[in-house]
Design a protein around this ligand. Structure first.
Ligand SMILES: Cc1ncc(COP(=O)(O)O)c(C=O)c1O
Length: 386
């Protein structure tokens, strides 16, 4: 314990001195995008991998669009047909395929701002211009703003997170879905619906945009990496129409196919008897963790710091006092053992005020409370101009 405290004090030497009471006893994982290791279904996955590795079909070359039984599973999840499904090595690979297959370097892609840094990175790697679309107070873009952004930029792809967005934690109200998809459709623009937090619904029953899209405007992304283990890099694009052939050609050119062992193991996990129980347990734990973290933020940073409590996902978007340098604060917090993400990199253009993304995915309630206490102490001692 003493060594931990001294270590934390040593690492924080370049920042403001922390009051002894606020020194952390260890690392505080408030930036994780994955469940805590003890909450991940390690046993289900390792047994499934062992079984998959004994199947000759899994060890061979597989259909480039995906193992048929897994495509069928993804299709039934999204009210689609197996032919509408393309299996990818995670959402990140799916984004790279979509951006390189549907756009050319220099083209515009529209994104809500702030948005997932990995989507920004994939767009930049494809040479695209990212055009911000403002999110309204209700968590969804205003249809007129979207219309203007698509009109002026000519973007043919909108990347969106309508359900439990990373980093803001917000969701689009159901009443906005059809109108926003209709705006995109009018501009011949695909809506990439990143449903990354599908298994982390903490209240309500969100309806995917793709469920009401017979016309094929929406490309629905469903990943299993978050709710299984990070190593099981299996996801799917679910869409309708000729676009799927273009995506399949792009994905095949990039990496031929996703390992059959991973696909068979993923199918085994999600169709096995332990899956529903795992998802239920993970959700209940996330609710406790979210509530503990939100309460600590309000208690130590003030009610203004938290304008939204997510009903889906893993992250709180915490507003900092005007003038705070969120990057410097996150670095100082890290030196003090508290891992949080600075808000600045998540904005598409100018940041709309300083923020931190603070995650409840992996921190026990006591760790979360302690971590926020440390953050509050750092903020109180912040020199002017942070
Ligand atoms: C919003 C969002 N989309 C996609 C991903 C990447 O998911 P995958 O592991 O399936 O590539 C993440 C991971 O953090 C994410 O937060």
């Amino acid at each position: 314990m003493a060594a931990d405290r001294d270590g934390a004090r040593g690492r924080a030497r370049s920042g403001p001195a922390l009051p002894a009471a606020a020194l952390p006893a260890g690392r505080h994982p408030l930036s994780s995008g994955y469940l805590a290791p003890q909450d991940q279904p390690h046993r289900l996955v390792s047994q499934a991998l062992a079984r998959a590795s004994r199947r000759p079909a899994a060890l061979g070359r597989v259909d480039p669009t995906g193992v048929p039984e897994l495509r069928t599973w993804f299709a039934t999840q999204a009210d689609a047909q197996p032919d509408d499904v393309l299996v990818c090595a995670g959402t990140q690979a799916a984004l790279a395929t979509i951006f390189t297959s549907l756009c050319r370097p220099g083209d515009a892609v529209a994104m809500e701002s702030p948005t997932y840094v990995g989507a920004l990175a994939a767009a930049h790697a494809a040479g695209l211009r990212v055009v911000p679309v403002h999110r309204g107070a209700d968590g969804a873009p205003d249809p007129h703003d979207l219309d203007r952004a698509l009109q002026s930029s000519g973007a043919r792809v909108l990347y969106a997170q309508p359900h439990g967005a990373n980093p803001t934690g917000t969701s689009w109200p159901a009443r906005t879905h059809q109108e926003l998809v209709a705006v995109a459709r009018r501009h011949g623009c695909f809506v990439v619906e990143d449903d990354w937090a599908h298994d982390f619904v903490l209240a309500g029953t969100p309806r995917p945009l793709a469920a009401d899209d017979p016309g094929g405007t929406v490309l629905h992304l469903r990943s299993l990496t978050k709710s299984t283990v990070p190593a099981l890099r299996v996801a799917a694009v679910v869409g309708r129409g000729p676009v799927m052939a273009r995506l399949a050609a792009g994905r095949t050119a990039a990496d031929l196919y996703v390992s059959g062992v991973l696909q068979h193991a993923a199918l085994d996990v999600v169709t096995g008897p332990g899956w529903r129980r795992h998802v239920r347990t993970a959700r209940a734990r996330l609710v406790d963790r979210r509530d503990a973290l939100a309460a600590a933020v309000v208690a130590h940073l003030g009610a203004d710091a938290l304008t939204h409590v997510p009903v889906q996902g893993l992250h709180l978007w915490v507003r900092l006092p005007d003038g705070t340098d969120d990057t410097a604060l996150a670095a100082r917090a890290d030196a003090a053992g508290v891992e949080v993400s600075a808000g600045s990199p998540w904005w598409v253009s100018e940041p709309g005020g300083p923020h931190l993304r603070v995650s409840y995915a992996a921190a026990e309630p006591a760790q979360a409370a302690r971590g926020i206490e440390v953050l509050a102490a750092l903020l109180r001692e912040a020199p002017t101009g942070w």
